[in-house]
Design a protein around this ligand. Structure first.
Ligand code: UD1
Ligand code: UDP
Length: 377
């Protein structure tokens, strides 16, 4: 029996690892062990609940408004203690959060091989996204096996000197998770906490802009101008509803609630569990976001995405024409949303269901690779 530790801590990592954990549990020769760092608390638990995963170990790291340094220090120390006790044959991490960085370093100190899911995404700008670009570069240098979602991410890894034979192009497991969610939502439309039935029903005849945002490089001035843009748009587009599940980071909530609370057609709600969020994405006309995962999911749903960042590590969706970088300048955001909502041809051009991030079968490919790798041990 081989033991595989899944170490993760935030909402997107959970969404992108749960399908692998569930599949791996079906293999009698492999024992997945779920160690959550608890870097996120409420937003992590929301996802674990959707997928029915109960962690074996919970390191409970989250502190209100945590700093990168204190989170990293506590993360490495506690994950090291976990690995010394549990001694897995392999560690699997996903993406580019502080939990990934800490788990990779702690696994390296314990000489345990690391598999990195969603390897090779790059902007080549060390401060954007911050700190994720450097987290994933460091994780790639430590990892022994690289599960790259696309051909582009494979090329990025080779460019950094990663051994080609250790790279597996698998697609992104976010599409696997999205398909599971879309199936569940289709059969059983979920309630959307924080939104009235009247509002949801009105979306049959009104357009809706869905908004998310949380990037550290947008804190301060970036969020102020994003909120200003939403306020201008809400004033101009009286018949459009703006739905914004606000990230729990206090650096996000403070400006958002201060600047957008009193607008009739702007609805500020708490972060949604995955199924209601997927249901809302499916109903949105336009998605305004700085999220990484949403850039991967929305193209699959045929939704235009305006990305409020200056860089993206997801050029595939930009090339496919469904994602556009608009930055955080107020006028640029306003202009791009207005164009999409008033110019049918411009809208049709972006609203294509394309799927550059995979076919929903990434889980099986990653699992097959892990089985082969562990067989030889
Ligand atoms: C983190 C990741 C980011 C990822 C994002 C996904 C790092 C440095 N950042 O950013 O890469 O894209 O998650 O959402 O790894 N909070 C809560 N409850 C929660 C979650 C957060 O209260 O469930 C609050 C806490 O005050 C916490 C703060 O948000 O201290 C920041 O959380 P943190 O994980 O450090 O950063 P995020 O902005 O969530
Ligand atoms: N998401 C969610 N509820 C929300 C907002 C987002 O379940 O209220 C999902 C979204 O579908 C995507 C993931 O969370 O799969 C993205 O997480 P986030 O934007 O926090 O992180 P990033 O992808 O930028 O690292």
């Amino acid at each position: 029996m081989k033991h595989i530790a899944f170490i993760f801590g935030t909402r997107p990592e959970a969404i992108k690892l749960c399908s692998i954990i569930l599949e791996m549990k079906k293999n009698p020769d492999l024992a997945p062990h779920v160690c959550v760092t608890g870097q996120h608390r409420q937003m992590l638990d929301q996802v674990l609940e959707v997928f029915g995963i109960v962690p074996d170990v919970d390191l409970k790291l989250m502190e209100p408004n945590q700093t990168l340094a204190s989170l990293t220090a506590r993360g490495i120390t506690t994950i090291d203690a976990y690995l010394r006790q549990y001694k897995p044959d392999m560690v699997l991490v996903q993406g580019d959060t502080t939990s990934v960085l800490c788990a990779s370093i702690a696994a390296f100190y314990n000489r345990i091989p690391v598999g990195h899911v969603e390897a090779g995404l790059r902007t080549w700008n060390k401060y954007s996204p911050f700190p994720e670009e450097i987290n994933r570069v460091l994780a790639s240098h430590i990892a022994d096996y690289h599960f790259a979602p696309t051909e582009q991410s494979r090329k990025n890894l080779i460019h950094e000197g990663v051994d080609q034979s250790k790279i597996y192009v698998t697609g992104n497991t976010v599409i696997d998770a999205l398909y599971i969610a879309v199936d569940k939502v289709k059969d059983n439309p979920p309630e959307i906490p924080g939104l009235s039935k009247e509002l949801i029903n009105s979306l049959a005849v009104k357009s809706m802009v869905l908004i998310t945002g949380h990037r550290r490089e947008n804190f301060g001035g970036g969020f102020e101008s994003i909120c200003e843009a939403i306020s201008v748009l809400a004033g101009k587009l009286q018949n459009t509803e703006f739905i914004y599940p606000v990230h729990l980071n206090p650096n996000v909530r403070e400006p958002v609630f201060r600047l957008l609370s009193d607008l009739r057609n702007v609805h500020l709600i708490d972060p949604l569990s995955y199924l209601p969020f997927v249901a809302l994405m499916s109903r949105a006309a336009v998605i305004l976001t700085d999220s990484g995962g949403v850039q991967e999911e929305a193209p699959s749903l045929g939704k235009p995405v305006l990305v409020m960042r200056d860089t993206t590590e997801r050029p595939e969706a930009v090339d496919a024409g469904t994602v556009k970088l608009v930055g955080t300048n107020t006028d640029a955001i306003v202009e791009n949303v207005l164009t999409l909502l008033t110019d049918k041809a411009a809208y049709e051009k972006m609203a294509k269901a394309v799927n550059p991030y995979g076919d929903g079968k990434a889980t099986g490919r990653i699992l097959a690779a892990c089985e082969r790798l562990l067989e030889g041990k």
